[in-house]
Design a protein around this ligand. Structure first.
Ligand SMILES: *[C@@H]1O[C@H](CO)[C@@H](O)[C@H](O)[C@H]1NC(C)=O
Ligand SMILES: *[C@@H]1O[C@H](CO)[C@@H](O)[C@H](O)[C@H]1NC(C)=O
Length: 226
């Protein structure tokens, strides 16, 4: 059977979240690259396979007196609700999806490589093969080490940077002598992420247990703050 589209359902519980989307690999952007979801709301996006890209959540967004839109976490810097080809400014938890044509093998993961802002779950609906759901469902902000923390105006931790971003050292960024999976083991910082979110990528060369697959062109549901 031909597979033309994947349906991405998005649900959330809690405060408003402004999801952002970014198509990778030079493909065209989705019909929506950013929008508001009120508490409890859901929406769907049609995605034409083949497709590769990412989704994330933005929090505490507002428009200032000059009409510029921005968010406290996950902002894409576009100045508008739509991200229009811009990605999330870290720290932001990412959902990464690569969708195959013709019912082939899809790959997907939840990644802490660019840090954390809010919990997300990703669940295939239908399809065949493993098709496991994956998530980073716990609030990593509550255990974020001070050196990695991003604080809001009230002093609470609203985001957690990756060690690579915060400390910019080769052992955390997997660069230089640490530039391969064999030479870049988990660190004390990445282990904090992995303990909280065992299914998510905790650093660039995390083991393959964080990549999930599904065949048959399922739909995917993304839930913020599951
Ligand atoms: C998927 O879930 C099943 C059942 O919980 C588990 O046995 C299997 O190892 C999981 N597969 C992956 C790739 O995580
Ligand atoms: C991680 O290890 C480094 C180097 O030994 C140390 O400076 C840092 O405090 C440790 N961080 C945590 C959160 O354990």
């Amino acid at each position: 059977m031909m597979r033309f589209q994947a349906f991405i359902g998005i649900l959330l519980v809690f405060l408003s979240v402004w999801p952002g989307t970014l198509t990778g690999g030079g493909g065209s952007q989705l019909s929506s690259t950013g929008f508001e979801l009120a508490s409890g709301a859901s929406t769907s996006l049609n995605v034409q396979a083949p497709w590769s890209g990412r989704f994330w959540g933005r929090t505490q967004c507002s428009t200032d007196s000059s009409g510029k839109f921005s968010c406290t976490t996950g902002d894409c810097g576009s100045g508008k609700t739509a991200c229009n080809g811009a990605g999330a400014i870290p720290p932001a938890l990412l959902v990464e999806l690569t969708l195959a044509t013709n019912g082939g093998q899809d790959f997907y993961d939840v990644s802490l490589v660019d840090g954390f802002n809010l919990p997300i779950m990703l669940a295939p609906q239908g399809g065949y093969g493993d098709c496991n759901s994956t998530s980073c469902a716990s609030n990593v902000n509550t255990v974020c080490p001070p050196k990695l923390s991003v604080k809001g105006s009230d002093g609470s931790v609203i985001g957690c940077k990756s060690a690579c971003m915060a400390l910019n050292q080769p052992q955390y960024c997997c660069t230089g002598a640490y530039g391969s999976p064999d030479t870049c083991p988990p660190t004390n910082y990445s282990k904090i992420f992995k303990n909280q979110c065992p299914q998510a990528y905790s650093y660039a060369y995390d083991d393959k247990s964080s990549t999930f697959t599904c065949f048959g062109g399922p739909n995917y549901a993304i839930t913020f703050c599951p």
